[in-house]
Design a protein around this ligand. Structure first.
Ligand code: ADP
Ligand code: MG
Ligand code: MG
Length: 213
């Protein structure tokens, strides 16, 4: 089975930077409905900084843990919005998950989704139903656990995570925000998808595709 090398994780971050840059306008537009219209800029800036930091690193000399710790640090420094510390914590937790491994195994791919979800929840303390990125990340993590329990292969666990994150993001449309900036809108946040949940679904899908096979 193919292993998950530092090169694989760096390639994953490059794809994240490319794709989130393409979705920047859409994510800002979503944030414009219920927030301050900067979510796409924040996420694109964050991943661009991660890509630049990893481009400067020697891929053959750094461990997967160092890849994620570098990502955490550069994302945090580049992003002033609330998503900054949330994703920085997600990457830090993943760095801890992979500690001591020269390269990760295929089974670690789905565990990356779980570690990221855990980090975001620990940092932001949001629960399901509060109309945040947690409404995409937690279902993704739960889907991984359920698929593992059912004896599924890592790539099917990742696919289940991507589908659950998308369904979770879609579901935020019918929620009233109670965490973050959009909670100030109360009932007026109804009818709009949460931008952080939408970007989370994109991120989970990209991670799933990058870490499969
Ligand atoms: P800001 O609101 O500071 O402008 P962003 O626009 O980058 O930050 O991100 C907004 C997103 O952050 C929201 O759509 C929501 O998904 C997410 N968010 C806000 N607060 C929390 C929290 N406590 N836990 C999880 N996610 C949160
Ligand atoms: Mg915003
Ligand atoms: Mg902002």
């Amino acid at each position: 089975m193919t292993s998950l090398t530092s090169e694989r994780f760096i390639a994953m971050f490059r794809t994240l930077a490319e794709r989130i840059e393409q979705e920047k306008g859409y994510l800002c537009e979503l944030d414009g409905h219920i927030g301050d219209a900067d979510h796409g800029i924040a996420m694109a800036q964050g991943f661009a900084a991660v890509r630049a930091a990893l481009d400067a690193a020697d891929a053959s000399a750094i461990t997967p843990t160092e890849v994620f710790n570098t990502a955490a640090k550069s994302f945090l420094n580049a992003v002033g919005a609330s998503s900054g510390p949330l994703y920085a914590t997600a990457f830090m937790r993943t760095g801890t998950l992979l500690k001591g491994k020269a390269e990760a195994a295929a089974e670690d791919g789905p565990a990356v989704i779980e570690a990221m979800a855990k980090g975001i929840q620990e940092r932001g303390k949001a629960e399901i139903g509060e109309k945040t990125m947690i409404d995409a990340w937690l279902p993704a993590a739960h889907a991984v656990a359920a698929a593992r329990e059912a004896g599924k292969a890592p790539k099917d666990m990742l696919q289940a995570a991507a589908d659950a994150a998308q369904a979770g993001a879609d579901g935020t449309k019918d929620m009233v925000a109670s965490k973050g900036r959009s909670s100030r809108l109360g009932e007026r946040s109804l009818g709009h998808m949460d931008p952080g949940a939408v970007s989370a679904a994109m991120i989970v899908r990209i991670i799933a595709a990058s870490l499969s096979d």
